[in-house]
Design a protein around this ligand. Structure first.
Ligand code: HEM
Length: 144
């Protein structure tokens, strides 16, 4: 089960990243172009939210079973990364994506909705990119 979860969590990063890039690019161009808020925009932003929340659920389960999460080994870079840095970075990033989605839902003006998504999901995307254990940064991490 552990290995299956790591693969699911690792592979789903690409789905979340693709959706985030599509959502931020769409929101930014529709904010700047003062375009409508369509049903397909709403769906894109919703699926983006769902993809990062799925990562949150998988990540939380992994946090309790992964041998790479160990508070007693914090002097080692790899353990510190998964125990503190990955967790903190991703929790803040997922909060930003969630704020973007819920603000857009509350606002009534189309331009303001796209602006909220562009800014908050944009910041979330940057933080996710910085918090992913890329293989060139973290030993033992994979691409998929
Ligand atoms: C959008 C959010 C997230 C993304 C894109 C993401 C991505 C990843 C990736 C790519 C890996 C490396 C898997 C590999 O070694 O191939 C990983 C590992 C891990 N993630 Fe996340 N993660 C996210 C959120 C979270 C959260 C919120 C938590 C904790 C609550 C978490 C906990 C973990 C743990 C414990 C591992 C280590 C698994 C292991 O190899 O034992 N992740 N994550």
């Amino acid at each position: 089960m552990y290995s299956g979860l790591v693969h699911a969590h690792s592979g789903l990063r690409w789905v979340a990243l693709l959706l985030l890039v599509a959502a931020v690019a769409t929101a930014f161009s529709r904010w700047q172009g003062r375009a409508d808020f369509t049903e397909s925009n709403r769906k894109l932003y919703l699926f983006t939210l769902i993809s990062v929340h799925t990562q949150l659920v998988l990540g939380l389960v992994l946090y309790f079973i992964s041998p790479k999460v160990d508070f007693g080994m914090m002097s080692e870079k790899l353990y510190r990364f998964y125990t503190v840095e990955h967790l903190a970075g991703m929790l803040i990033a997922i909060a930003l994506v969630t704020v973007g989605y819920s603000r857009a839902k509350r606002l009534s003006n189309a331009t303001a909705k796209h602006k909220a998504v562009a800014i908050f999901m944009g910041l979330g995307l940057l933080l996710i990119l910085a918090s992913i254990p890329w293989p060139f940064r973290i030993p033992g991490a994979g691409w998929f």
